[in-house]
Write a protein that binds this ligand. Structure first.
Ligand code: FAD
Length: 304
């Protein structure tokens, strides 16, 4: 319910203006967003890198339907890959196909992805395609598997456990040797496509995580849920799966103590670092995931 409301507010212009112009809500947002540009995101991530964590940089942006804007996003992704190489930062990138014009056409986004992947290959880096709403799932997977034939482990995908289809998608990914980041799923989905109950989502995540730990290609377990993280650690230990064969991924600014704890225990830990001027919808999704964040934000906005 809260998540649906926050996602609706993310599209409301008046609320957008209120939140983005309010100093306190901006301060709160920048606990989850690493800055408005590449340099700010690197300074905000300095301590994580020093502690031995790796990053995936995520340029925040919108679904674009103007081809020039999509080309511009592809250029920006390529520049980020250049800057990562220049600065020697231990970071990959995550991209959204709607920023590359997926809603203009599948071919258009596919061709722009080729530009980005060529640049990633040049720098020996890796590009993860984020997964968006269920309206984009099949098109995203089609593009991914086509590119995977040529680019192999230079490209990876995200699969969402809240979708009923996800057990099948996990098996397909295993069969193709594709690199998967497993997440619960962040969009407001109808009951026809996704489990409405959190318990069912958590159960699906555990089941699919175990499949990927058994037979996946360096799976990324992307959750801040400590109960599930404990299950992953226990399962890997029981099955003799070495810590080097998978990684945990957290979002920037969320449960930092646990991030440090995991890296100190010898696990691979990658932090998803969102940055950019278009931070508002990302911030609203994070607010919707946790009532405590929302209450804190509302109190601060009303007080100011
Ligand atoms: C690295 C990474 C990449 C992701 N990529 C995608 C993607 O491509 N597509 C997609 O749909 N989703 C993506 N997500 C989001 C994901 O789908 C979930 O919405 C999100 O991770 C929250 O779920 P959870 O697994 O942490 O579990 P939850 O059950 O939601 O949370 C578990 C615990 O984590 C903490 N927590 C979780 N969220 C917050 C928060 N916002 N603020 C403070 N504490 C919090 C709380 O303590 C909570 O009790 C990604 C998540 C991560 C970590």
């Amino acid at each position: 319910m809260l998540r649906k409301t926050m996602l609706a507010l993310a599209d409301n212009e008046t609320v957008t203006r209120m939140v983005t112009n309010n100093r306190l809500s901006r301060d709160l947002a920048f606990r989850f967003v690493a800055g408005e540009n590449f340099d700010e995101s690197l300074s905000a991530s300095h301590n994580l890198l020093n502690a031995g964590m790796t990053l995936t940089l995520d340029l925040l942006g919108e679904n674009v339907t103007d081809p020039d804007l999509a080309r511009q996003s592809a250029e920006e992704y390529c520049t980020i890959l250049d800057r990562i190489a220049e600065t020697g930062t231990n970071s990959t990138i995550s991209v959204k196909l709607t920023m590359l014009g997926l809603d203009i056409s599948q071919e258009f986004a596919h061709d722009l992805m080729i530009q980005v992947l060529d640049r990633a290959r040049l720098h020996n880096n890796f590009v993860r395609i984020d997964m968006e709403s269920s309206a984009h799932t099949q098109r995203t997977l089609d593009i991914f598997y086509d590119l995977h034939k040529t680019y192999g482990d230079t490209v990876g995908i995200v699969l969402q456990s809240y979708l009923y289809r996800n057990d099948r998608d996990v098996e397909d990914a295993i069969e193709h040797g594709a690199k998967v980041r497993l997440v619960k799923g962040a969009y407001a989905e109808p009951e026809t496509h996704a489990y409405p109950r959190k318990d069912d989502v958590d159960a699906a995540f555990r089941r699919q995580m175990e499949r990927l730990l058994d037979d996946g290609n360096y799976p990324a377990i992307a959750t801040q849920d400590d109960a599930i993280i404990d299950v992953a650690k226990g399962y890997a230990m029981r099955m003799g799966i070495d810590k080097s064969r998978f990684e945990f991924q957290f979002m920037f600014g969320i449960r930092e103590n646990l991030q440090y704890q995991l890296v100190n225990e010898g696990y691979n830990m990658r932090v998803y670092v969102p940055y950019g001027e278009m931070w508002y919808p990302y911030f609203m999704r994070r607010m919707g995931e946790r009532p405590a964040n929302m209450l804190f934000a509302l109190r601060n906005i009303v007080r100011s």
